[in-house]
Write a new protein. Structure first.
Length: 257
């Protein structure tokens, strides 16, 4: 059977265009495809919510792929091990409250299960701005990452969401845009981003879950972004807090949308 290159191109363009159009008005938009964003998207999608995730890079999974110093093993604690088990990821006991998992299996499995649950993922798209109405975050302004990298003067598109979640990790990209451009006071002790502190795994794992919450109307943070916004320490290559924070934010939003 012959293959027509034009038909191949049409299939890709038509399918992607349809998917993107449906993503322009959703319940929840997540920015950042690391473990926290993926887990958040999984639980929202599983609950039947219309949820999309935008990742600026080609690959999904954030820093979890590389484990610690490119040794592709990760550590989770007992409380987060249950989330890995729900996804079907194997976790091996190393010591009491320390479980090891293969980072490649973890990322690929979580990503696959999230998509199968109904999460729509768009890679190579960056959030360059937010949409604000009456002091509430209600959408994102999107452009191709390649446009951003090449510094081309190409106008973006806008999408609407009842809630936006920043899961961009250490940079806290969306939160910084809101702080810089919206005039909205954030729900931190200073009203602005506090910034992450130096590494302290025990404190970081505790605060990352506590700090995963609403920052201003319509806007939530989860994952390492939460500690960057509220001033918690980084925790290094232990990822339990990431998983737990994504689930926490998802559960809060499930009750609201």
């Amino acid at each position: 059977m012959k293959l027509d290159e034009i038909k191949i191109s049409k299939a890709i363009i038509e399918a992607y265009s349809e998917k993107l159009v449906k993503a322009l008005d959703v319940d929840v938009a997540i920015v950042g495809g690391g473990p926290a964003g993926l887990v958040c998207g999984y639980y929202l999608a599983r609950a039947g919510k219309r949820v999309v995730l935008f990742e600026r890079k080609l690959s999904i999974g954030g820093g979890m792929w590389g484990g610690g110093i490119m040794f592709n093993e990760i550590v989770v604690q007992e409380s987060a091990k249950k989330i890995l088990e729900e996804f079907g990821v194997k976790a091996r006991l190393y010591d009491k409250n320390y479980y090891l998992a293969d980072s490649i299996e973890t990322v690929s499995t979580i990503c696959s299960r999230a998509v199968q649950a109904g999460l729509k993922i768009f890679n190579l798209l960056s959030a360059e701005d937010v949409m604000v109405r009456q002091k509430r975050i209600c959408g994102l302004v999107l452009n191709w990452t390649a446009v951003e990298m090449a510094q081309l003067h190409v106008d973006p598109i806008t999408m609407r969401a009842k809630f936006v979640v920043d899961a961009t990790g250490h940079p806290a990209e969306v939160a910084r845009i809101i702080e810089r451009k919206s005039g909205i006071r954030l729900k931190t002790r200073s009203g602005k981003l506090v910034g992450e502190r130096s590494m302290w795994a025990e404190a970081g794992e505790e605060t990352i879950v506590r700090n995963s919450k609403e920052v201003c109307p319509g806007f939530y943070v989860c994952g390492m972004c939460a500690n960057a916004v509220f001033g918690g320490p980084r925790m290094g290559p232990i990822f339990g807090g990431m998983l737990l924070s994504g689930r926490k934010v998802a559960n809060e939003l499930i009750r609201k949308v």
